[in-house]
Design a protein around this ligand. Structure first.
Ligand code: NAP
Length: 475
């Protein structure tokens, strides 16, 4: 497997000649090694991007869009290869990985078009001898840092709008999933993007991130990952007032009202909670069910959850793959033990993995959950669904909003007026109403409160790569 960094249109190793291993979380086997790049490689990539800026920004939107469409088609042609790589290095079932590749590619197609609709304005002046126009121009070199849980989609969700806007990009993927990013760079090379427009740096996150934040040639940072690292980048960015987009952690409530279609609610809660083994920023973290339907909902959810098969993502009938690593497993186990010690009942799962080094955890339902439990407050990032009973709609809204996070929330209700009232009061950037899978390229994705700053996807997703310049013309 190719294991280099992609800088200025060339494949290179690290100057330090150090490597780090990448393992398959399903088997513990070594997939390969990657070079450990640092500040030096980040600087080389930033310099290359800065050199590429003028040419790339000066092209027409249609020209840039044509490159994006070429990459889009290449991604679809290589769907199986990319999906296998995702499953191999982070464990999600192959069928989900194929879906991720198509979702990742959809950002390229959408922004290939959206780039053509970046428009300025003419604004009526207060003086007969003046005219006011606005120009929208690319912000400059972008530093992008992406997580491991959607290694293709989180990358293209930044790359596509940045390139469409006219900004070259330097990408640092997670050390857990570098090979998906490398495969995407191979396709970037085949799409013949001009050297320096797309660059990939691998290795030491703090050193590479430090160079991104301290280098004045980087005009914009787009980060997806934990709230902890997001806050660190905000502090580092303050010195240069660096423009930041932050897509951070979540703790999504799922509210099932007593007029919900229960079969639909169960289906969507399972899709949201157990997809990617619960390792999605918008996946449901806690479930609130109204008293009148509580027993029926819990019984149905348990029945459907018991049908889910845990296993290697390459097995065709696997629904839930492994967690990314042993630290993730320990966190899930700690939260479940804490909940049980505080009075939760384990309805399904709840038993740790068999065998040393295994990262698998079964889909787990906990009833009698309450706010004293870690699982109801800390991001779980695992297949655990704690359920709490509520009585009045207002109680569910209060409990749902009682968190520093504000990324995604879900409500299940058959009533337009009741559902809408709940939606309006939820302090979240994304609400799925009778929908557990709201992500799509054309919608603005992002969080309120400590879940982030800015939006990715849709029209808002390109705006953060553009500056507005106001020109006052005396005539
Ligand atoms: P993470 O630990 O914050 O890592 C995210 C990225 O930041 C990785 O590339 C990581 O590199 C890098 N990083 C780590 N320390 C850094 C530093 N000091 N300076 C610069 N970069 C640094 O998060 P994760 O565990 O990969 O991802 C899970 C988190 O991401 C969850 O909290 C999840 O909710 C969130 N997430 C949010 C969204 C969203 O759209 N809001 C989407 C997906 C995931 P290494 O991996 O190489 O250390």
């Amino acid at each position: 497997m190719n294991n280099g960094m992609y800088i200025d249109g060339e494949w290179i190793g690290a100057h330090r000649f150090e490597t780090m291993p990448v393992d398959n979380p399903a088997t513990g086997e070594r997939i390969g090694d990657i070079p450990v790049g640092g500040a030096l490689e980040a600087k080389m990539a930033i310099d290359a991007a800065a050199r590429a800026f003028r040419d790339w920004a000066g092209r027409t939107a249609a020209d840039r869009g044509a490159y994006l469409m070429k990459l889009y088609r290449l991604m679809l042609e290589h769907e199986e290869e990319l999906a296998s790589c995702i499953t191999l290095e982070m464990g999600k079932p192959l069928k989900e990985a194929r879906g991720e590749v198509r979702y990742a590619a959809s950002f390229l197609e959408w922004y290939a078009e959206e780039g053509k609709r970046v428009c300025g304005e003419t604004i009526p002046s207060s003086h007969p001898n003046k005219r006011i126009v606005t120009l929208r121009q690319p912000v400059g070199v972008v530093g992008a840092i992406t997580p491991w849980n959607f290694p293709a989609a989180m990358l293209t969700r930044k790359l596509a709008p940045a390139l469409a806007a006219g900004c070259p990009i330097v990408i640092k993927p997670s050390e857990w999933t570098p090979f998906t990013a490398i495969k995407l760079m191979e396709l970037v090379e085949r799409a013949e993007f001009p050297p320096g427009t797309v660059n990939l740096v691998l290795g030491d996150a703090a050193a590479i991130g430090g160079e991104f934040m301290g280098n004045e040639k980087v005009k914009k940072i787009s980060f997806t990952g934990s709230t902890r690292v997001g806050k660190l980048l905000m502090e580092q960015g303050a010195k240069q007032v660096k423009k930041l987009s932050l897509e951070l952690g979540g703790h999504a409530p799922m509210i099932v009202l007593d007029d919900a279609d229960l079969a639909l609610a169960v289906r969507e809660v399972i899709a949201s909670k157990f997809r990617n083994a619960g390792q999605a920023c918008i996946c449901g973290n806690r479930v609130y069910v109204q008293s009148g339907v509580y027993d029926r909902f819990v019984a149905l959810l348990a029945e459907e959850t018991l049908k889910l098969k845990v296993g290697d993502g390459f097995d065709a009938d696997t629904d839930i793959g492994p967690l990314i690593n042993s630290a993730a497993l320990e966190k899930v186990e700690r939260q479940v033990k804490d909940a049980v010690a505080k009075g939760a009942t384990v309805l399904t799962g709840g038993v740790g993995p068999e065998g040393e080094g295994s990262c698998f955890y079964p889909p787990t339902i906990l009833t009698n959950a309450d706010e004293s439990m870690l699982v109801m407050r800390e991001e779980t990032f695992g297949p655990v669904a704690p359920i709490r009973k509520f009585h009045a709609d207002e109680e569910a809204i209060r409990l749902a909003n009682d968190t520093p996070y504000g990324l995604a929330a879900y409500v299940f209700s058959g009533s337009v007026s009741r559902g809408m009232r709940v939606v309006e009061q939820l302090e979240y950037g994304i609400v799925g109403w009778n929908d557990g899978l709201p992500s799509t390229a054309q919608a603005p994705f992002g969080g309120m409160k400590e879940s982030g700053i800015g939006r990715e996807g849709g029209r808002e997703g390109i705006a953060c790569y553009l500056e507005t310049k106001y020109v006052s013309i005396g005539i």
